[in-house]
Design a protein around this ligand. Structure first.
Ligand code: RIB
Length: 295
């Protein structure tokens, strides 16, 4: 079984700042680092580090071969990644002294897909394989359609949330992973528990996972609700923690873990990721995650 992850590849420009810049303020950063990121690339790397066979479907600017090489070195199958003219997607990321971030995205190559390319990239996917998506590329609706035609299982992480997500056939998701902002927007309810209940009624066949940051995560499926507390750690940088969670949660399911165990392992992986700076550089290996099991 293979995961075809259709997702963004970003060049992350990470600025360490004493606080997130305010409207009208000019603020000097202490440091600037350029690292591999993008919710898609991060989730592919998380899946690969969790020892899942993952093929990334994406695009990157010709000047950024180094980013593709880093994904490959992490164990991601890069046959679905094309190098194209023009800029890669990139992200301007501020990280403050508490490890919180704010992110500006430029889509670049992540916004250059058409149906023909996507059909071709998914032509080797077989019934029972998985397709994973986030919301930083164009063509998400097309991939939903192709996935259903090819009888693929669908996992979706609608991040960042946009109005267009509401038009997608979300009832066809086997796994839907949302944070509180995304859950509220989809359910039109500000309360996390209420939002989860609304989504569970709307999508009864979907494993719903709600990430709660420092409060852990919840799962609702087949009439059962699970809650998992976050692991307390010293936060350096939260960038990529959600992506680490998504990759490890899906990996757990595919590796036959129970929902409870997959949720627990994903929370431990996400906790490890916030102790290290950067998006993909912070994603732990399975051995690292397993070594925290009895802590
Ligand atoms: O989820 C973190 C990611 O969001 C960063 O790597 C950045 O590229 C943005 O896509």
């Amino acid at each position: 079984m293979k995961v075809f992850n259709f997702g963004s590849i970003n060049i992350d420009k990470v600025y360490r700042v004493p606080h997130l810049v305010q409207p009208g303020e000019t603020l000097s950063s202490r440091t600037l680092e350029t690292v591999l990121g993008g919710k898609g690339a991060n989730q592919s790397v998380a899946l690969a580090r969790a020892e899942i066979d993952v093929r990334h479907i994406g695009r990157i600017g010709e000047a950024d071969q180094w980013a593709a090489e880093q994904m490959q070195a992490a164990g991601v199958d890069m046959q679905g990644v094309e190098q194209v003219e023009g800029p890669s997607g990139h992200a301007i990321i501020q990280v403050d002294d508490e490890g919180e971030n704010s992110i500006i995205l430029h889509g670049g190559a992540n916004q250059s897909f058409d149906r023909q390319v996507l059909e071709q990239q998914l032509s080797e996917a077989r019934p029972g394989d998985w397709v994973l998506m986030q919301n930083e590329c164009n063509g998400i609706a097309e991939v939903f359609d192709i996935a259903r035609q090819r009888q693929l299982s669908i996992a979706f992480n609608p991040a960042p949330m946009t109005d267009a997500v509401r038009q997608l056939p979300l009832a066809h998701c086997d796994v839907l992973i949302v944070n509180e902002t995304e859950a509220s927007a989809l359910a039109q309810s500000g309360d996390a528990d209420a939002a989860l209940a609304i989504l569970a009624e709307r999508y009864p066949d979907t494993r719903l996972v709600l990430t709660l940051g420092a409060r852990g995560a919840m799962l609702q499926y087949a009439g059962e609700q699970l809650r998992e507390a976050a692991v307390a750690v010293d936060v350096v940088d939260t960038t990529g923690a959600g992506d680490t969670f998504v990759g490890y949660f899906l990996a757990g399911l595919l590796q036959g873990l129970t929902d409870r165990d997959a949720l627990q392992r994903a929370c431990r992986a996400a906790a490890l990721s916030v102790t290290v700076a950067g998006a993909t550089p912070s994603i732990p290996t399975l051995a690292d995650v397993d070594s925290t099991q009895d802590d």
